[in-house]
Design a protein around this ligand. Structure first.
Ligand code: TMP
Length: 214
């Protein structure tokens, strides 16, 4: 497979949203569908996505007892992001591939900014300094009422990482942050109602992707 050509250099698609919105399910479904159509697809995630950045992910998400200050956390996230962009995302885009990334810098704006209290302009400066001109071509924001996302993260029965165990007000700020960002960037961000069935959500995502391509 991998014969379909994209007329511009690659396509960078990100999936964003609060906890339990079903990003991971949708990203796998889109990757499989695009591979079946003959596209070269790279599926990846943040924090992480390459060995160096995965090591940093373990540092950030690993310990329930030791919490970094939001600024240190952000600097770690950006160190991970720099490795990930340089070693995986940019080379894949340069080779004309479609990159599907589970979370990217919008998550930092929302988790460390809107919800964590860091200044949004500082986070934007950091983005420009570390990442430069690269921006996602399309960002799906999977949106859920907070009661549903809280319920879903609890019912998974998995040990919650330190972000998921924060309180309901935190979930509320996350949702507000993503919705505000989406309003500010309508050229690339689309809000998806994630309270529907997996298949309904997927059909909308696929359609939006194909429209972007044409
Ligand atoms: P995940 O559960 O989608 O794999 O994401 C891991 C956690 O990391 C999630 O709770 C969100 C958090 N996170 C941030 O706080 N800032 C970021 O920039 C990113 C990429 C993730």
């Amino acid at each position: 497979m991998g014969h379909q050509k994209i007329d511009k250099k690659g396509l960078f698609i990100t999936f964003e949203g609060g906890e339990g919105a079903g990003k991971s399910t949708q990203i796998v479904k889109l990757r499989e569908a695009l591979e079946n159509l003959g596209f070269d697809v790279v599926q990846t995630r943040e924090p992480g996505g390459c060995p160096e950045a995965e090591q940093i992910r373990d540092l950030i998400l690993g310990s329930a007892q030791h919490h970094f200050d939001p600024l240190s956390e952000t600097l770690l996230l950006y160190a991970a992001r720099y490795e990930h962009v340089k070693k995986k995302i940019q080379p894949a885009l340069d080779a004309g591939k479609i990159v599907l990334c589970d979370r990217f810098a919008d998550s930092t704006l929302v988790y460390q900014g809107y919800a964590g209290g860091l200044s949004l302009s500082l986070l934007e400066k950091l983005y420009t300094l570390v990442i430069g001109d690269l921006k996602p071509d399309l960002t799906f924001v999977l949106d859920l009422p907070i009661e549903v996302s809280a319920e879903r993260t609890q019912s998974r029965g998995l040990p919650q990482d330190r972000f998921e165990s924060k309180d309901i007000d935190f979930h509320r700020r996350l949702r507000k942050g993503f919705l505000e960002l989406a309003q500010q960037h309508p050229e690339r961000m689309v809000v998806i109602d994630a309270s529907r069935t997996i298949e309904e959500i997927f059909q909308q995502i696929l359609k939006l992707f194909l429209t972007k391509l044409s």
